[in-house]
Design a protein around this ligand. Structure first.
Ligand SMILES: [Zn+2]
Length: 408
């Protein structure tokens, strides 16, 4: 998987003169990444940095192994300019999704290409067990890739630090309440770790590698074990004050409905619309131990439990889609996560006709709802992208609330 050069990307402008060297390095890396390869003069033109500043930064990045020289390319008259590209072997980042029932680990190289992916089932979600699997999966990936590790992102199901919602249900991880997850995970692997909520990371993954590539305002409805929402606003994730924005799984959709095992309220959306809810329905029909491929197969066979669940899910999701449109006015809603593509497509098909909302325009560039492209790896890819784009993307850097770069 690679990041496609994309003309519709908002182009970050460099600061000139060199007020912030760190910022300018990111601008240069990002512009080169988007275009796959560029010459110095072209970089200067696109970033509005001086040719001298660009020459210095390019030399520096090449010297550090983050960029590489590709030789000259013909482009009209005169001596063709030397082309530069991001060096895929300049380093890699690891993304880990810790879900309630499985752990996904991926590695991305500096160009954003997927270099490794591993999925292991999680039979025991208590912290000690999770930490030991986390450490051994990381060690395995680091050994297999071999180049420089630039950062680790981890996604876990939210919500974080809510009283009365401290990770007791089947869609959350038990025993993590009150713990500083980033600290504990960092200690387990001996490297700094960025922790993010799974739906937000999934939205970042779709924004950078998937269906959201040229969409700067969208919502990502994310099927983890529960149900979450990632929000991309003006190209960057919107997190809310405490990182819990988009917790749609615990919005009441059935007053006096069934008790939510995670938060104790009645009639939460994820009690009806989630991978967990689907597996619970299947268990009620005597079908247990469902893996991803089994769900795919049952769906292909039109199993009545799946057929009924899809219809119910669409019934509850339709008004939610319209509500999100009315509140956030996104360009589209992207659905994805830990369900087979065919089941997500089926849910989307059953959403029609969607309730009227501010999105009910005759002229639309995008459908109101669409399926994501990054599949089961979505959240882990987003996790790996967090440190990567902390490094190379000036736009996302701001939203990640990293300390402002010091003047050079
Ligand atoms: Zn709930």
């Amino acid at each position: 998987m690679t990041i496609h050069p994309n003309g519709k990307h908002s182009i970050a402008i460099g600061k000139n003169p060199e007020r912030s060297r760190e910022h300018n390095r990111r601008v240069v890396l990002d512009i080169v990444r988007q275009h796959e390869m560029l010459g110095r003069a072209h970089i200067a033109k696109l970033t509005q940095l001086t040719p001298q500043a660009v020459a210095n930064i390019v030399d520096e990045l090449v010297g550090e192994g983050l960029m590489m020289e590709l030789g000259r390319r013909r482009s009209g008259r005169g001596q063709p300019p030397i082309q530069f590209a991001v060096n895929p072997d300049g380093g890699f980042t690891i993304g880990v999704e810790i879900a309630a029932d499985h752990i996904v680990t991926v590695a991305l190289d500096l160009s954003g290409r997927l270099r490794e992916s591993r999925v292991v089932a999680l039979r025991d979600p208590t912290p000690d067990h999770v930490l030991s699997i986390f450490a051994s999966e990381l060690a395995a990936v680091r050994t297999s890739i071999g180049s420089k590790l630039l950062g680790i992102g981890v996604v876990m199901p939210g919500p974080f630090e809510i009283e009365g919602m401290t990770s007791v249900g089947p869609t959350t991880l038990p025993g993590w309440g009150g713990r500083d997850a980033a600290q504990v995970l960092g200690d387990a692997c001996g490297h700094a770790v960025i922790v993010e909520n799974d739906a937000t990371a999934a939205a970042v993954a779709e924004r950078l590698f998937g269906a959201g590539l040229s969409i700067s305002n969208f919502c990502m409805v994310y099927f983890g074990v529960g149900l979450g929402l990632g929000i991309i606003q003006d190209g960057a994730p919107y997190r809310g004050a405490f990182g819990n924005a988009g917790e749609i799984g615990h919005v009441t959709v059935v007053p006096k409905g069934k008790k939510c095992p995670s938060c104790g309220q009645l009639g939460c959306l994820e009690g009806y619309v989630s991978t967990y809810a689907l597996k619970e329905e299947l268990a009620g029909a005597g079908i247990t131990e469902m893996e991803f491929a089994d769900l795919e197969q049952l769906h292909a066979q039109n199993h009545p439990v799946i057929v009924e669940w899809v219809e119910d899910a669409a019934t509850y999701l339709g008004p939610m889609v319209a509500m999100l449109e009315n509140i956030l006015d996104p360009q589209t809603l992207i659905f994805g996560g830990a369900l087979p593509d065919a089941i997500i497509d089926d849910v989307l098909a059953h959403l029609a006709p969607l309730p009227t909302s501010v999105a009910s325009r005759r002229q639309r560039d995008l459908p109101r709802v669409m399926r994501g492209k990054t599949g089961q790896l979505t959240a882990a890819l987003g996790a790996a992208a967090l440190p990567l784009f902390d490094m190379v993307t000036p736009k996302l850097e701001l939203s990640l609330q990293t300390p402002a770069a010091a003047p050079a």
